[in-house]
Write a protein that binds this ligand. Structure first.
Ligand SMILES: Nc1ncnc2c1ncn2[C@@H]1O[C@H](COP(=O)(O)OP(=O)(O)O)[C@@H](O)[C@H]1O
Ligand SMILES: O=C(CO)[C@@H](O)[C@H](O)COP(=O)(O)O
Length: 502
């Protein structure tokens, strides 16, 4: 009988499921898209039931369309969009729409955390309190929706909610637990000090498991709902960036990952919890047991391109649109874009900054704008790389994953703007592949994720920086880098005005 593992990549735009065999060969893939609700500036919500139905439909399609037999599915694991708050009542029912990682309504709560705990907060969690994280969201609900807060008994993160419905057991893995900022990264446990300071009952925090641990098996009711078998084992899984790094083979400190999904990420493997970026970068537990990673996040990376396409080039295909942009001149005929369209996280933790196009000229066409968007997103990654430089952290290879890594042009652009070698994967499935690897190791198919990577991860084409282009982008980046400081006051004034009209 064939045996498969399924990696569920619960993204922001869609859930993607991949079935893989013992050799790491992708046998079948399905996906299902869902909506993002942005009812006010800074708000970003999804309905957890959409994740559940989307995941179930996508897995069903593996069975019904791709001919995978339910009994052949030995294990399932997850990669999940991070930080999102799913609030549950005593019966495990969802109390309100999930507030996502890119929801930035919690500036006031972040300031309160900073005021009450100062640097002690970074000492405990390895992170600053930023709007996207889970604790500020809990405090927002407590303050603004007291009737919902009174009924709240526990919280989960997005993938944990789907796993909970599948297994009937609530749990969270260490990589996603760090992203709540309620977690003591040095003690590997929920922080009583933080819970007490903000009057969050510790009992609300779910039990902790490792990413490769078995969380349970499929319940009778979910088996009936989905067609899966109750013998299928379900494993912890991890935050999407931890899983992306596993699937991209980032298992040593000399490599970093760049991920262009809805968000954008530069991530570095860290062997221990001791490098001190003093909150300038996020510091999280890895999905690889007892290791860590640091990262910086551009809130709207792929989201900026998606927004542009949706607003100005609706009917066009991504690949076609990007290929046309590639034919425009370097620097988009003098146009520079900053991707702060939902606020920013790294290096500017600023919920009220907004994006800009600088240098609009009547000779530019739509594809200059597309090119400027792509270049601007990539410059924002360079801002993150600068933080590593400032801390004396070096590396030689960037492994690129995410939807943005589908484009040859964008991969070469990363090499030229970063002035580093960029490597793609032969099968761009970063987080989903990482999730499947967690199930494969959990099932005992391999002794470790490192062993599994030897079979599952295959590097593809390499993109070397081109010295002449590197030089030109260096000059352009120096201008890009000034835009935040020179536009932030204007952005803040506009935001204040919008809020006063609301
Ligand atoms: N062919 C393509 N070329 C370049 N970028 C693309 C292409 N297709 C998708 N993208 C970008 O990738 C993003 C989606 O990436 P993905 O990793 O699937 O996101 P998520 O996991 O957040 O749902 C889109 O928003 C888009 O900007
Ligand atoms: O907030 C973060 C990381 O801290 C984001 O990276 C989210 O985890 C969303 O990821 P994508 O949907 O872009 O993959």
């Amino acid at each position: 009988m064939n045996e498969y593992v399924i990696g569920v990549d619960l993204g922001t735009s869609a859930v993607k499921v991949s079935a893989m065999d013992h050799d790491g060969k992708i046998i079948a893939q399905q996906s299902y898209g869902y909506d993002l609700h942005q009812p006010h500036p800074g708000y970003s919500e999804q309905d957890p039931r959409d994740w559940l139905y989307g995941t179930t439909i996508a897995i069903d399609r593996l069975i019904l369309r791709d001919g995978i037999k339910a009994e052949e599915i030995k294990g399932i694991s997850f990669s999940g969009q991070m930080h999102g708050l799913v609030l549950l009542d005593a019966d495990g029912q969802v109390l309100r729409p999930a507030m996502l990682w890119n929801d930035t309504r919690t500036t006031k709560q972040c300031e309160e955390i900073k005021k009450k705990m100062g640097d002690r907060f970074i000492e405990i969690t390895g992170n600053r309190a930023l709007e996207g994280f889970t604790l500020p969201k809990l405090l927002w609900v407590k303050e603004n929706e007291p009737e919902i807060w009174a009924r709240a008994k526990s919280f989960l993160l997005p993938k944990d909610y789907v796993r909970y419905v599948m297994t009937g057991k609530q749990a969270i893995d260490y990589s996603d637990a760090t992203g709540t900022v309620l977690f003591n990264i040095k003690k590997n446990a929920w922080s009583k000090e933080i819970c007490d300071t903000f009057d969050i009952p510790e009992s609300m925090c779910p039990p902790l498991i490792r990413s490769i641990d078995e969380a349970g098996t499929i319940t009778d009711s979910y088996a009936m709902f989905s067609g899966l078998k109750t013998t299928t084992k379900v494993f912890g899984g991890g935050g999407d960036n931890a899983c992306g790094a596993v699937g991209a083979g980032i298992l040593k400190p000399n490599m970093v990952m760049s991920s262009i999904g809805t968000s954008g990420v530069i991530l570095k493997y860290e062997p221990d919890a001791n490098v001190d970026y003093h909150g300038a970068l996020q510091y999280e537990c890895h999905a690889i047991p007892d290791t860590y990673y640091s990262m910086g996040v551009t809130l709207a990376a792929g989201h900026s391109l998606n927004w542009f396409k949706h607003t100005f080039a609706k009917g066009e295909d991504f690949t076609e649109m990007v290929n046309r942009a590639a034919k425009r001149p370097l620097g988009a005929n003098g146009l520079i874009f900053t991707p702060y369209i939902v606020g920013e996280r790294t290096p500017y933790a600023d919920a009220d900054i907004r994006g800009s196009f600088i240098g609009v000229d009547s000779m530019q066409n739509k594809y200059d704008f597309v090119r400027a968007v792509i270049e601007g997103i990539t410059f924002s990654f360079r801002d993150i790389l600068n933080i590593y430089d400032q801390h004396g952290q070096d590396f030689d290879t960037v492994v690129a994953i995410g939807g943005g890594a589908k484009s040859d042009f964008w991969l070469q652009l990363q090499a030229d703007i970063f002035n580093k070698k960029v490597v793609s994967l032969t099968n761009e499935q970063g987080p989903g592949l990482g999730a499947a690897m967690l199930a494969a190791v959990g099932l005992g198919w391999f002794n470790s994720l490192q062993d599994c990577a030897k079979k599952f991860v295959h590097f593809g084409k390499e993109y070397e920086p081109q010295p002449e282009t590197v030089k030109k982008y260096d000059e352009l980046y120096k201008i890009y880098h000034q835009i935040y400081d020179q536009t932030k006051d204007l952005s803040h004034q506009i935001m204040k005005l919008r809020n006063s009209w609301d």
